[in-house]
Design a protein around this ligand. Sequence first.
Ligand code: HEC
Ligand code: HEC
Length: 467
Amino acid sequence: MRYLFILLALFLLAACNVYRPLPQVVGAAEAWKTKVLPPSPQDTTGDPAKGFDFLVHGDYIGSGVPLEIMQSAAPKMPQDRPFPRNALNEGLPYFMTAFTAPNGAKVANGNCFTCHAGRVNGELVIGLGDSFSDYESSMVFMGTMMRLGMSVKYSKKKDLQPAAFEDFSNYFRRMAPKIKTTQPGSNPAFRLAEACMMHRDPQDLTYVDSPLYEMWDYNIATDTPPLWHVKKKNTLYYNGIGRGSMPKLLLQASVLGTPDSSHSRTSVASFRDVYAWLLTLEAPAYPQEIDQALAAAGAPLFTEHCSGCHGTYAEDGDTYPNKVVHLDLIKTDRLYADYIQQSGIVDWYNSSWFATSSPASRFEPTDGYVAPPLDGIWASAPYFHNGSVPTVYQVLNSAARPARWTRSGDSQDYDWQQVGWNYDPEPKNKQWTFDTSVPGYSNQGHYFGDKLTEEERWSIVEYLKTL
Ligand code: HEC
Ligand code: HEC
């Protein structure tokens, strides 16, 4: 009997931190179907060139692995050189940045392009989400080995490296068990932020050992959005949660290693430049031939059926309505939106230095998803916030969406007709198999193309290539 109680207690303990869908409020759908998300005042006076230089050479991550260790590993990493590097970063891959830590040690860490540079048609595109990121294997072992390696290599008191590694190591240890995903290509950035913030004092942002809120025991991850949409957006993130000052919101990506809020304060000015750089980013042009007559036939159909949510696109200027669409209308997988509304990070953020110091940012989750701009949509497959649909055509024909789809892993393996990834419906190489039966990754919803004829769908697909 006693054991039964212990078992029950253990079960309850485990159960209270498992994700649960929010209770559905009857009649809530009538309250709103789509909402316009208003702009916040933004400082757009930054310098784009300085912003880009800061993204690839700046010290916003604050701490990291000793540069000499990273340099010895670099030759085994991808060798693309999409932009020039400064002397300290010579030889490092594009997604790593070497910088001088506050105590003077030279360290390196991942930069924004770890996730925000991706490959399509054989080319690396800066600003495209990396749909070939794979977080399916646990990083816990890697974290342990890093700590062990550090203690063996740097034992002398005068070594600066261990101190410059400590913050990064603390957060790595905390986030590593939380970000192992169940789908290839899915990015656990939100969980990573949750796990790091959970161990930061909200005001001075220093490391605290005991967690400040609970995290649900479900590793939800998403597709990584292209950065060239930022210039049209009043809010950031799939559910429009990111409000207020954009530079302040962008700074959040440094949660993995920034030592404290005084370090973050110095980065805010540079993130104003980063925002200015984001405002200059353009979607890549479609690289194949476009059937102009077919695209012209698609244009008025797009205006009629799609523009109300996705905006208009014209030589003399675009419009973008910044609408969030309620879950009951969009009907795409609701787990991510529900999850965020229940996350402890929301209250943490709104009482933190990010929200209480100027310029202020805040988190306001919604029960919907933002209808994104469609510039460069040809390049950013797979589609929807959870990356569950491999091609644009299938976004417009829900019956054609595959339950499971396996990519070859080669970014040249692209379907130029349906526009998106070529795939095999049966798993051949487990590594790139996306399974829509896993909670959070369903390919349902967005049925707006179902009422169209095949001819109309193909003309809209052709039109979308021109955006
Ligand atoms: C670990 C991977 C990762 C890193 C590193 C990362 N991001 Fe992201 N980023 C994501 C993912 C995934 C999302 C989508 C999350 C969401 O919208 O809910 C995202 C969303 C964004 C958005 C919002 C886009 C939109 O359309 O709403 C911006 C802007 C952004 N990131 C900028 C940055 C910058 C700048 C950096 C570096 C300082 C950075 N990110 C570092 C993965 C990453
Ligand atoms: C009522 C608003 C609404 C209408 C009408 C609408 N969409 Fe959408 N669309 C959305 C929302 C919201 C999303 C994001 C859904 C998600 O990520 O779960 C989306 C996503 C998409 C995507 C995938 C974007 C990406 O980056 O993953 C494409 C492509 C798209 N829509 C095309 C269209 C086309 C073409 C039409 C017209 C036939 C259309 N939509 C009509 C709201 C709408």
